[in-house]
Design a protein around this ligand. Structure first.
Ligand code: GLU
Length: 485
């Protein structure tokens, strides 16, 4: 029987969770779910200098919001804990010593000043920047003396001098590198903590990880990881390196340059389900034209073979479209609950908000668009009388003035202010005057909203605004037109 599939998301707590991270976590999660495996969360906090307070909480929060539940992790424990690397430091040093014993690693006592000098020299000679292995030739007794004298040290991986290292990546295929180009990388730093390059291998092995999904920036280090697996005699996991998420053909998506993180998108009014669906399709395709998939559906159909090598472009317009699709599929009551916070502070009138939500649900792509769509409800905006001009509706400011004058008494006479009645009286008026419906409705909508685009037609807007406000605005329209014509 094949081993249980175990995947892990291994963020470093260095800040917010960007879209690329979310995609990695999602793919790891989907692989685990698809094969009835386990999805593990591991915090890689061994780079104390890059540690950002609160970043861990951001990871937990984001995963929870996105519905990406882990089966083992720092907060819930599990059989292979602890799941925070800084709490596992004794493990790494033990494994590094094993490598020293087997001749695959060595102590290096070179001071930072010497290494900086070496780097300068290599740069000046345009040589590759590489540790020169001075400490590799130290004798056993020299090493013991330095250790006894507490000389600070690091432990370096000893790379083979000749030959090649070859590995398979599900996305990028077979990759082969010459061992001679690999530097003797540091495994244990002078502070006793491991580097990412070492800790990820040890932990992935000890946590029995079978599939590693991570950004393609780690591809070039993977031969070194392979050599570590080999030195220990451990089984190599399936590597799935994913291309970066790009803003356009040349620039990576970057929070620092103002591109949104997952939390930003939620704050901007994107639905979590839509973001997750969108992120899943960043560089992965189930084949076919269908694009809307719930997380549950993705759990069934995800297949690593569908991951694309070409960098994925974060297309905001596509996300908007997708969000709109999700909004339209929501039960109206749920949409109303989500829309309500966007009415706060924008509308203080006592109007039929549920009706308004119904109108907005079919016309909104992102919730944060709502305030701008409904701002006219509170106060009639300043507008130019050219707005009354509409070719298709065959309206002009002059014709609109006449229409508004005719409809004012009709509207004043309406006692039961609802859409049906309003429709009856307004269409009846159009027939009576022998004009097109639009020649009544366009002027009315313009007069009461002052906008070219509104969440509904004249009748719906008049109903929402109520009788008094509609009449007041129609009168303003009449005054405005008559004083400028
Ligand atoms: N801690 C690494 C990062 O946040 C994880 C890379 C990996 O998944 O192996 O980039």
């Amino acid at each position: 029987m094949a081993a249980e599939v175990r995947t892990r998301y291994a963020p470093s707590p260095t800040g917010y969770m960007h879209i690329g991270n979310l995609r990695t976590a999602l793919y790891e999660y989907l692989i685990a779910r698809k094969y009835n495996g386990k999805f593990i969360l591991r915090i890689e906090d061994t780079d104390q200098q890059r540690y950002v307070e609160g970043a861990e909480e951001a990871v937990f929060k984001t995963l929870k919001m996105a519905g990406i539940r882990h089966d083992e992790g720092p907060d819930i424990g599990g059989p292979y804990g602890p799941y925070v690397q800084s709490q596992r430091r004794h493990i790494y040093i033990e494994y590094a010593r094993k490598l020293v014993e087997s001749g695959n690693a060595y102590y290096c006592f070179c001071a930072p000043e010497r290494l900086a000098e070496l780097k300068r020299e290599q740069e000046a000679k345009e040589l590759p920047i590489k540790y020169d292995r001075r400490c590799l030739s130290l004798s056993k007794s020299e090493i013991e003396k330095k250790l006894a004298d507490n000389v600070p040290y690091v432990i370096r991986q000893k790379m083979p001098d000749t030959g090649t290292t070859c590995f398979e990546d599900v996305v990028y295929g077979t990759i082969t590198v010459d061992n001679s180009i690999l530097e003797d990388q540091i495994l244990i730093k002078s502070d006793g903590l491991p580097t990412y390059n070492f800790a990820n291998v040890v932990d992935d092995h000890l946590m029995k990880i079978t599939h590693v999904v991570r950004g393609s920036e780690y591809l070039s280090s993977t031969p070194k990881y392979n050599l570590l697996y080999k030195a220990f005699g451990w089984e190599i996991p399936t590597y799935i390196h994913v291309p970066p998420v790009m803003k356009n053909a040349t620039e990576k998506l970057s929070k620092r340059k103002g591109d949104p993180s997952f939390e930003d998108l939620v704050e901007e009014g994107y639905l979590v389900e839509a973001i997750v669906n969108f992120v899943a399709l960043l560089g992965w395709s189930p084949g076919g034209d269908r694009e809307i998939y719930s997380l549950k559906e993705l759990e069934q159909i995800f297949d690593i073979k569908g991951i694309n090598k070409a960098p994925a472009i974060f297309d905001m317009n596509k996300l908007k479209w997708m969000n709109g699709e999700y909004i339209r599929k929501m039960p109206p009551k749920e949409f109303h609950q989500m829309a309500k916070p966007y009415y706060r502070g924008v509308i203080s009138r006592d109007i039929d908000l549920e009706k308004l939500s119904g109108l907005l649900q079919v016309r909104t792509e992102v919730l944060s668009e709502i305030p701008a769509k409904i701002d006219f409800i509170e106060n009639l905006p300043e507008y130019d009388i050219s707005l009354y001009e509409h070719k298709k509706m065959k309206t002009t400011p002059e014709g609109s003035l006449a229409s508004l004058r005719e409809m004012l008494p009709v509207l004043e006479g309406v006692s039961d202010w609802n859409e049906e009645v309003l429709k009856d009286v307004l269409l009846q008026l159009a027939r009576k005057l022998g004009v097109k419906n639009g020649q009544i409705l366009w002027p009315l909508r313009t007069a009461i909203t002052g906008k070219e685009v509104t969440p509904g037609g004249a009748i719906e807007m008049a109903y929402i605004l109520g009788k008094d406000e509609t009449l007041r605005r129609v009168k303003i329209g009449i005054e405005k037109l008559s004083s400028s014509l």
